[in-house]
Write a new protein. Structure first.
Length: 177
């Protein structure tokens, strides 16, 4: 990205509403233009799509990075499935962290299986995350068009993690490459 695009960058953070405060909340304070959304793991795909569409409408829609955790990652993918190509092209970088296998939703369109990421994208899991098994996440990363990473932190990546500096560096590398 060029420097003028970075100045206009909007960061959309999508979290699982059931999660306690975590690193994602610290990120909301660390970037100049941030939009946040909480989604419920028990909602259906259409509800996720509507919620993400509403949050997206609050961004500048030209240069957006999205970081999503847990069911928020699945909500983003559900929304991307039905987003137009110009919207998808505005998505400059995406990090899907520790998407929860228990929140997986299946529908008649196989929305979550058929969704694809445009641009730089990463699926990140913690070592030994019981809610997001590595092999399952690796298969989805391949299917969605994202690189797969195992974070140096263990577990579901839902703690404070000191602001999850490793994830911030990954996002910066994705935006600057």
């Amino acid at each position: 990205m060029r420097s003028n695009e970075l100045e206009d960058l909007n960061l959309l953070l999508i979290r699982d509403a059931a999660e306690a405060p975590m690193w994602l909340d610290r990120w909301a304070l660390s970037y100049p233009t941030v939009h946040t959304l909480s989604v419920n793991a028990h909602d259906n795909i259409e509800t996720w799509q509507a919620a993400v569409a509403e949050a997206w409408s609050g961004t500048n829609r030209h240069t957006v990075a999205v970081v999503a955790h847990g069911s928020g990652a699945l909500a983003l993918m559900a929304w991307l499935y039905q987003a137009d190509i110009l919207t998808q092209k505005a998505l400059r970088a995406t990090i899907l962290a520790a998407h929860s296998q228990s929140a997986w939703r299946e529908d008649a369109n196989h929305t979550l299986l058929r969704a694809r990421l445009n641009g730089r994208a990463a699926v990140v899991v913690g070592a030994n995350d019981e809610q997001c098994p590595a092999e399952w996440a690796r298969g989805l990363a391949h299917n969605w068009g994202a690189r797969f990473f195992t974070a140096p932190q263990a577990g579901h990546l839902n703690g404070d993690l000191h602001g999850w500096q490793w994830g911030m560096k990954l996002l910066q590398e994705m935006l600057l490459s």
